[in-house]
Design a protein around this ligand. Structure first.
Ligand SMILES: CC(C)(COP(=O)(O)OP(=O)(O)OC[C@H]1O[C@@H](n2cnc3c(N)ncnc32)[C@H](O)[C@@H]1OP(=O)(O)O)[C@@H](O)C(=O)NCCC(=O)NCCS
Length: 161
């Protein structure tokens, strides 16, 4: 049930990705994003910019959410995967992951952040819109089941010195 997480557990803390996170992150991806990736994919995607792969973990180090950001285009960060387990949603974990991701993107000197989202995912689109991402393109048949996606982007201010 959304909102119950904080009442039961201390606020999860953000840390970097660890190889032992893979089974739990895979389960979150299966439930939240309906995708199944090779377990080796996570470490390889996070290798080029480890600071962009953020994990929200309980005091027992169990991941409850994560944001996997990558740098594939010069000057840009891209949210490749972003999900919080169902029981932990609506408690601010997603906001903390996105805030930290954007701050790290700025510190790295990136000037733009991008992502893709299913056109049907109105909750996530609302979340991103509040973060000043806007739709820059329609991606036809972007997802494996044929659903269209939105390409969204926002500018990043230079980091404070
Ligand atoms: C999007 C997601 C990561 C946000 O994480 P979260 O921990 O629930 O986010 P927070 O608690 O910090 O913020 C919740 C906000 O997200 C919005 N939101 C996002 N998805 C929502 C949903 N399915 N239902 C209701 N609200 C949702 C709400 O508008 C809420 O706004 P608020 O600022 O008024 O509270 C999480 O909902 C999730 O994992 N969704 C499923 C996977 C997904 O869609 N990922 C994005 C793929 S591009």
């Amino acid at each position: 049930m959304p909102g119950t997480f904080d009442a039961l557990s201390p606020t999860p803390r953000l840390r970097g990705f660890r190889p032992e996170d893979v089974p739990t992150i895979s389960a979150i991806v299966a439930e939240a994003l309906h995708e199944h990736y090779d377990p080796s994919l996570y470490a390889s995607l996070g290798a080029d910019w480890p600071e962009g792969f953020l994990v929200a973990a309980t005091e027992h180090e169990r991941p409850v959410g994560f944001l996997l950001g990558v740098n594939q285009v010069p000057g840009e960060s891209r949210v490749l995967m972003f999900a919080v387990e169902r029981a932990a949603r609506g408690s601010g974990v997603g906001h903390r992951l996105m805030d930290t991701f954007l701050e790290r993107s700025r510190r790295r000197g990136f000037r733009r952040a991008t992502l893709e989202v299913r056109v049907s995912n109105v909750g996530a689109i609302r979340f991103y819109t509040r973060y000043r991402y806007s739709v820059i393109d329609l991606l036809r048949n972007y997802y494996s089941d044929g659903e269209n996606g939105y390409h969204m982007a926002r500018e990043l201010e230079a980091a404070a010195p």
